[in-house]
Design a protein around this ligand. Sequence first.
Ligand SMILES: [Zn+2]
Length: 442
Amino acid sequence: MAQTVQTTYGSASAGDPYTPTGGNGGYTAEHYDLTLDYRVITNRLNATAIITAQALMRLDRFSLDFAGLSVEKVTVNGARPTKITHSARKLVISLAATIEAGAVFEVVVRYRGAPHPVHSAWGDVGWEELDDGVLVSGQPCGAATWFPCNDHPGDKASYRITIACESSYTVVSNGVLSARSSRSGRTKWTFDVREPMATYLATVLIGRYRRRDLAAAPVAHSLYFPARLATRVGTDFARLTEMIAFFADRFGPYPFASFSVVVTDDELEIPLEAHGLAVFGSNHVDGEHGSDRLIAHELAHQWYGNSLTVARWQDIWLQEGFACYAEWLWEEQRGGRTADALAALHRGRVAALPRDIVVGDPGAHDMFDDRVYKRGALALHAIRKSLGDEAFFAALRAYTAARRFGQVSTDDFVEFFSEHTGSRAIGGFVDRWVLERALPSL
Ligand SMILES: [Zn+2]
């Protein structure tokens, strides 16, 4: 019998039904080193991505998510692939030499073009030109519009992001600004993200921003904003230090090296969270604390979403429900309505809506539905009421510590909280508020 030569391919999907074409099988990304040379005026990008990955199986071929830009050259471990196929969303690389399971390999992709958003079920996502600058909104599938990647929250990696552009602009990205140098009217900015980061939370913000550093504790935090909004931003973010300290007390230490807020000159439909960052539009600052709720929400995502990240999108209530509950906690803390009053109010509002989704698996189309946010928050409030404040917040701090920088799921949450608190009621609360359609009483 002739020996069969087995060829193995990493599948071109992470297998998440919410983003069926997103992510890739067969390997895990360990580090992205991105060098972007960008012209704001013409929206032209010349870039190199060096991706360090580990094979999870024997690989003769694998794929990356990559959309809208032209690939100039690819090497894998220094060698040219035998074949490269670039479709609308995937870069498929056939290897000259098989990579063995467990081996670490390096992919270099040189690429260029005019980056632009891609259409998705949730609107346009990705690299987007502002009136005078750039914004990247990656959730859930926009990362591939500016770098080749394994675009799924289940595969986090560390990053170095270097961006050069016209010196008249300020560049903000994730992590710590580790170098900056200028030459011939262009400035190069280098950012290091040492903690594992999900692809959708990688971002670049370019604009004519002023920077104001706020306190260095509990974590260094800064504001970036257009000069015309200085007064309003100063007022609206005056309590940010206090808010970080409050959440650190309730949720455990702030997870990353810094926190930055960017307020764009453009209006934005909704604020965005990114790893170590929150982004607001000019319409979100009114100089009267009108966006306190949104500031609390985006800040809370640093713990729930960015440090503790869902392994599959269906569990997104573990990010949005928690961020929504953080809004209520903050309002209670600053002497507004209590979480109890807010829970009653929102339960009433949810009661007026159809009960046609399961919050713990709402379907791709409804993953950002308000009921996911509100019933998720209500589940947490019900658990808090049953445990009492001391036990509830102790469990929350233990949970964010135990799952720091990792992946979370609904089952894991129930198991962790049940074990940590010794309460047998946790699973029931999650069942009623998150996994069943009927709406329970508070
Ligand atoms: Zn959110």
